[in-house]
Design a protein around this ligand. Structure first.
Ligand SMILES: [Fe+2]
Length: 273
């Protein structure tokens, strides 16, 4: 069994500042880390699918480093559109081989238990939309051909339109090329994404895309394109991707907040199930 936990869109701010003056993302990320560290069994890895920082500077990445270093499991990160890949390389340690990559993109592949993690960089400097680019797509094609291990791809921007129009307008520009590539690689069992700040599941290139909620604020559910982008303090969460040889990857959404329970199931006297 291999367990991969995924958190996303931490949007860490300089100490004492809330995100958009409302979302206490630093405190909420600390809660996410506490939830991850309380998991039993512990995950084999924690993957952070981008937007580690909010308006990236040294103060925010100092916070990212401080918070992620408290995670007990090995940590792997990729950039989102709110990140600076260059600052991540300069200022973060112990978060995967982010110094690799032949170009300005942060991409790498690592084996974790029985699965392989392929980490992609969809960030475009100074832009909110995503793009992998032809060089990274060529690297991905080569990398997927190297191994037929069950593979999970981490990418910040989802390679599917979600129906939330203001977010789709800042989506992944070369999603069709990625989907075509995936359709030729059936050992890719999951695409793990962020960016939209909601739980979303879709089919892409013959595999399953799961998009995790943010550890902080969520994007308001508006699939009618009736409003400008807004956020809402719905429950933050994370995904636990559970791989077994018999079932492949099964993904569980888990919440970070504490709720009443768990309680035992039992039948009242005279009642049978
Ligand atoms: Fe985000």
């Amino acid at each position: 069994m291999t367990l991969i936990a995924q958190i996303t869109d931490l949007h860490i701010r300089p100490r004492g500042l809330a995100c958009y003056r409302v979302s206490e993302t630093n405190m909420l990320a600390e809660r996410a880390v506490a939830a991850l560290n309380a998991l039993a069994p512990q995950p084999d890895a924690v993957v952070v699918t981008g937007d580690l920082a909010d308006a990236p500077d040294e103060r925010e990445y100092a916070g990212v480093q401080r918070i992620l270093s408290r995670i007990k499991a090995p940590v792997f990160v990729i950039p989102g559109n709110h990140d600076s890949p260059a600052m991540m390389r300069d200022l973060l340690t112990g978060v995967g081989p982010i110094d690799q990559g032949s170009d300005s993109k942060v991409h790498y592949a690592v084996d974790i238990g029985d699965v392989r993690l392929v980490a992609l960089d969809s960030s475009v400097p100074g832009k909110p939309h995503g793009e992998l680019g032809s060089a990274q797509l060529a690297w991905l094609e080569h990398t997927l051909a190297e191994s037929d291990r069950p593979t999970l791809i981490a990418i910040h921007h989802p390679p599917a339109a979600t129906g939330i129009a203001h977010m789709d307008r800042i989506g992944l520009k070369d999603s069709d090329a990625l989907a075509a590539l995936l359709s030729r690689n059936s050992h890719v069992e999951r695409i793990m994404c962020g960016h939209i700040h909601r739980t979303i599941i879709a089919s892409v290139g013959g595999t399953v895309m799961t998009l995790a909620p943010s550890t902080g604020h969520q994007v308001h559910l508006d699939i009618a394109d009736r409003e400008p982008g807004r956020f809402i303090m719905e429950p933050p969460g994370f995904f636990l991707h559970h791989h077994t040889r018999g079932s492949g990857v099964v993904s569980h959404l888990a919440y970070i907040e504490a709720f009443p329970g768990p309680f035992p199931f039992f039948a009242d006297e005279g009642v049978s199930w």
